[in-house]
Design a protein around this ligand. Structure first.
Ligand code: SF4
Ligand code: SF4
Length: 339
């Protein structure tokens, strides 16, 4: 006789096994790790409505990752369950869990369900972005460990498989189902935008080519930009088209987007503004001490937008710079204005 088993349970039980963890179910514990390879997880009857075995196994793996590889030999990954001493590791685990599951459209599906849920709900779009929270640095280390050959193939396979099941069931489940929180992918790989009204045709990354529109965001190294249809639903990387108006609040190409501006021997800028030109490694450049061009005024606010002090006589390299060109989008990405 064959017994029915939940496919996502199977995916994550296999993930645990491949990482050397034996999962046992017990009504005696919600989730506990013995430091010897056995993970005990509550029985389904004691789960809350939004609990799943998948999420609980994934959560424990994330605890392992933020506690370091050696935590496999420590009960409960070396954490205290009876005091708030190790709360920062719980929070780091949340951040890592969100960062790892989000690219697969599973961030909400894999959400933490315990009493620490308010912390999860308040996480920013990028839970690993530098900040004051001490949990961030711990989560960043956990993320690095997740990319190592021991963990990466197992996590990728398990999250991909869960996302494939989500793709099949998402359209047939009621809104109350946890599966309805999963997100679909654009056919070029990024998650679909939350807004059905946003289309590729209005995106800054889409440029006209010989055979219609092409998406520069999803261009693989050494390949040409893939084709997109103007009327297809945008991905989450959609950006509104840029105009000269945007430069005042951006300034990326004049700040940390690039290291310096080379000035050629025949560029009139050298004679007009010799005090701004330096010789560096045999090349004349306009320097950027602290990351900002010496000719840039303003701070990007509405009151004092970024503006080149010598805009009309700026170096040729700056004149040639194209708003919304590849280099513009690269600069914006480097300063965090674009993804
Ligand atoms: S980056 Fe823009 S053009 Fe490319 S797929 Fe996303 S929305 Fe479409
Ligand atoms: S990076 Fe692009 S949008 Fe930003 S200031 Fe330069 S040209 Fe303007």
């Amino acid at each position: 006789l064959h017994r029915y088993q939940d496919p996502v349970d199977l995916i994550w039980l296999r993930a645990a096994a491949d990482l050397g963890l034996n999962v046992q179910r017990s009504a005696e514990a919600y989730a506990a790790y013995d430091g010897k390879g056995t993970l005990t997880i509550s029985v389904a009857d004691d789960f809350d409505a939004d609990d799943s075995l998948a999420q609980m196994i994934f959560h424990e793996i994330c605890h392992w990752l933020v506690s370091g590889f050696g935590a496999k030999d420590l009960p409960d990954w070396g954490l205290s369950n009876t005091s708030r001493r190790d709360l920062v590791y719980e929070y780091a685990c949340h951040r890592l869990q969100a960062a790892l599951s989000a690219p697969f459209g599973l961030r909400a599906f894999m959400a933490v369900t315990t009493s620490w849920r308010p912390y999860w709900d308040a996480l920013p779009a990028d839970p690993l972005k530098d900040g004051d929270d001490p949990a961030i640095a711990i989560a960043q280390e956990g993320f690095k460990l997740a990319q190592t050959p021991y963990f990466e193939p197992v996590l990728k396979r398990s999250l991909s498989a869960t996302a494939r099941i989500a793709d099949v069931v998402r359209d047939v489940v009621p809104p109350s189902s946890l599966w309805s929180t999963t997100r679909a992918h654009h056919r070029l790989g990024s998650l679909l935008s939350d807004s059905e009204a946003l289309k590729c045709g209005s995106c800054a990354w889409a440029v006209p080519g010989k055979s219609g529109l092409h998406c520069r965001q999803h261009r693989a190294p050494g390949k040409s930009a893939p084709h997109v249809h103007g009327d297809e639903q945008a991905c989450e990387r959609w950006e509104r088209q840029l105009t000269a108006e945007d430069c005042g609040t951006c300034g990326a190409c004049c700040r940390q987007g690039f290291d310096l501006v080379p000035v050629s021997p025949r560029d009139p800028f050298r004679k007009l503004h010799p005090e701004l030109v330096q010789l560096q490694n045999g090349e004349h450049i306009v320097p950027r001490p602290g990351g900002t061009c010496v000719a840039l005024d303003g701070d990007g606010t509405q009151a004092t937008p970024y503006r080149c002090r010598h805009y009309t006589t700026r170096p040729k390299n700056c004149k040639d710079f194209e708003i919304a060109g590849d280099a513009c989008l690269l600069a914006r990405r480097r300063v965090g204005l674009s993804r």
